[in-house]
Ligand binder design. Structure first.
Ligand SMILES: Nc1ncnc2c1ncn2[C@@H]1O[C@H](COP(=O)(O)OP(=O)(O)OP(=O)(O)O)[C@@H](O)[C@H]1O
Ligand SMILES: [Mg+2]
Length: 250
């Protein structure tokens, strides 16, 4: 395991801002409390915990979409790939993709943002299609003309074309059937190796986390109650909540 950290979250608290009755800015609601962890280069870190505990909120704070009320998020890109912002993949690929755009246009967007000249874009897109196991025939289609698994591959391809070192994967396989789930998971695993990607991988499915992740964070009511190597946490859970999660998943 490489020991260079790419993400350091320290004493992070925060949540979301409520809207007032007029639709304006309302009260700040705290969801996360004093969350601390480190994600290392090339590592897949699992994040598990029940619905509403604050997993997606944590991603929003990491991405800077919402300011924290306390604590810090430090993103440390490696010197050979500086500057690429973290990318996120979502549970529902259909809503993450612009329905009016062709796949080609969707994949061109991150390249335009990264100021890749037009002449160099097609080659990068074709290379990424090959890497994510998609047929170039898909390029002229719109999201509605793809299967769910293909849509998620497009989301992964678009995220990776930005050349991030950090990927936040928020339930990326939950909406897919088991066979396609397995394909997308093995894709993520191989991309981690090829691209030395670091990933925060959120899932309700402890089996998936056990197969994919190196370490795991267990969150309850907006706090990390346990973290450690997958083998030791899953075989010898210390916190009663982790013990219950594991018992429920058998
Ligand atoms: N913009 C918002 N307005 C109102 N409530 C919100 C908002 N964002 C988050 N919440 C609330 O904050 C809590 C944490 O939400 P979050 O989406 O982070 O949970 P989660 O752990 O990702 O859940 P799930 O596993 O269901 O995706 C929930 O109670 C949610 O309803
Ligand atoms: Mg969520």
């Amino acid at each position: 395991m490489n020991t260079a950290p790419v993400l350091e979250v320290c004493g992070l608290s925060g949540g979301y801002r409520e809207k007032n009755v007029f639709g304006g800015r309302g009260k700040e609601q705290e969801v996360l409390h004093d969350v601390s962890f480190t994600l290392y280069r090339g590592e897949i870190l699992g994040l598990v915990g029940e619905s509403g505990t604050g997993k997606t909120t944590l991603c929003r704070l990491i991405l800077g979409l919402q300011p924290p009320s306390a604590g810090t998020v430090r993103i440390m890109p490696p010197p050979d790939r500086p500057g690429a912002p973290p990318q996120m993949i979502f549970q529902d690929p259909a809503s993450a993709l612009n329905p009016a755009f062709s796949v080609r246009r969707i994949l061109e967007e991150p390249l335009k943002l990264a100021k890749v000249p037009a002449a160099g874009r097609e080659a990068k897109i074709l290379e990424m299609l090959a890497l994510t196991g998609m047929d170039p025939e898909c390029l002229s289609r719109q999201p509605a003309q793809l299967s769910g698994g293909q849509r998620q591959r497009v989301c992964i391809a678009a995220a990776l074309l930005a050349e991030p070192t950090l990927l936040l994967a928020d339930e990326p396989v939950s909406a897919l059937d088991v066979t396609v789930q397995a394909q997308v998971l093995s894709l993520l695993r191989s991309l981690r190796q090829k691209l030395e990607l670091s990933m925060l991988f959120i899932s309700h499915d402890l089996g998936v986390v056990a197969r994919l992740c190196d370490r795991v964070l267990v969150m309850k009511d907006g706090r990390i109650v346990e973290q450690g190597e997958i083998g030791s946490v899953f075989q010898n859970p210390q916190h009663p909540y982790t013990q219950r999660l594991l018992a429920d998943s058998l």
